[in-house]
Design a protein around this ligand. Structure first.
Ligand code: FAD
Ligand code: FES
Length: 257
């Protein structure tokens, strides 16, 4: 895993809702080898541990990386107070991202703050992408218009029915997989959602890649803090590191707890 530490000026800051922020930062080094679905460790002033945030999107040519994050605790609250002109100290790119193939028909399934990494991953697919997004309510909906601008067929579910389908995003997935064939499913979101997404894809024999989340310390495979149970090809179980072997795994490798 080749990563770099870089001080990245914040070029653009937007708030997507009361607690969710988008930062576009300038990057000359880290962006060069970046792949969709990878993540960065962001240094937070006053905190020993960096915080892992997925790459939402990036441009190697224009040398920028975009992060979208939600305030969860103190670290992300401190990050949210940074402004354009300030800098982010990042370690990136980290982990293994999505192996995308825009010539294929793919379904992208995102839940809540798991949605951002799917934006960059699905961008090149245009109309070959169906994007299924699940949120708690209308107020939590983020990035839907941007997926649409990229040409994807976007469908939304909310838990409380205030927007789109009233129910879970996995219900939209089951319906989409019944409609017409697709080559792959890519998913990021809460673990119970990923488990259901994997089951829907696997029972139809569709390749499924899931981006897992674990609490992380080092983010580079050195502290053993982010272990998750996985299955080897021979069926025996072992432990992998979400930061180094993931965060993206083939769903058949994951031993769901
Ligand atoms: C590979 C990876 C990519 C991520 N990408 C994004 C992203 O693009 N946008 C985004 O908003 N968040 C993302 N997260 C989650 C983000 O790292 C945490 O929300 C953040 O570290 C919390 O830090 P904090 O100091 O604000 O909160 P803390 O005080 O550390 O924790 C606050 C709450 O968040 C929970 N939490 C902390 N870390 C995680 C975690 N890794 N997974 C799930 N819950 C956690 C804690 O259990 C606690 O309930 C990602 C996490 C991982 C592992
Ligand atoms: S966070 Fe240290 S090994 Fe993964």
């Amino acid at each position: 895993m080749k990563y770099t530490q870089e001080i990245c000026p914040i070029l653009q800051k937007d708030s997507l809702n009361r607690t969710t922020f988008s930062f576009v930062v300038q990057s000359e080094k880290a962006v060069q080898t970046m792949q969709p679905g990878q993540f960065a460790q962001l240094r937070v002033t006053g905190k020993t541990l960096r915080r892992p945030i997925s790459v939402c999107d990036f441009s190697r040519e224009a040398q920028w990386i975009r992060f979208v994050f939600e305030i969860r605790g103190e670290g992300t609250a401190i990050l949210s107070r940074l402004n354009e002109g300030d800098s982010l100290d990042i370690l990136a790119p980290l982990g293994n991202g999505f192996a995308v193939n825009p010539a294929e028909k793919a379904v992208f399934v995102g839940g809540g703050i798991g949605v951002p990494p799917l934006l960059g991953a699905s961008a090149a697919y245009g109309a070959n992408a169906t994007v299924l997004l699940g949120f708690r309510s209308l107020r939590a909906v983020i990035l839907a218009d941007e997926f649409q601008t990229n040409g994807a067929d976007v469908r939304i579910a909310t838990d409380d029915g205030t927007y789109g389908h009233h129910g879970f995003v996995t219900e939209l997935l089951a319906a989409r997989l019944e409609e017409s064939p697709c080559d792959a499913v890519y998913a990021c979101g809460p673990t119970p959602m990923l488990k259901l997404v994997s089951a829907e894809a696997e029972k139809r024999g569709v390749r499924c890649m899931v981006s897992l989340e674990e609490r992380m310390a080092c983010g580079i495979g050195a502290c053993l803090g982010c272990a998750c149970k996985t299955r080897r090809e021979d069926g025996s179980e072992t432990y992998s590191h979400v930061c180094k072997n993931g965060p993206v795994f083939d769903s058949r490798e994951v031993v769901w707890q």
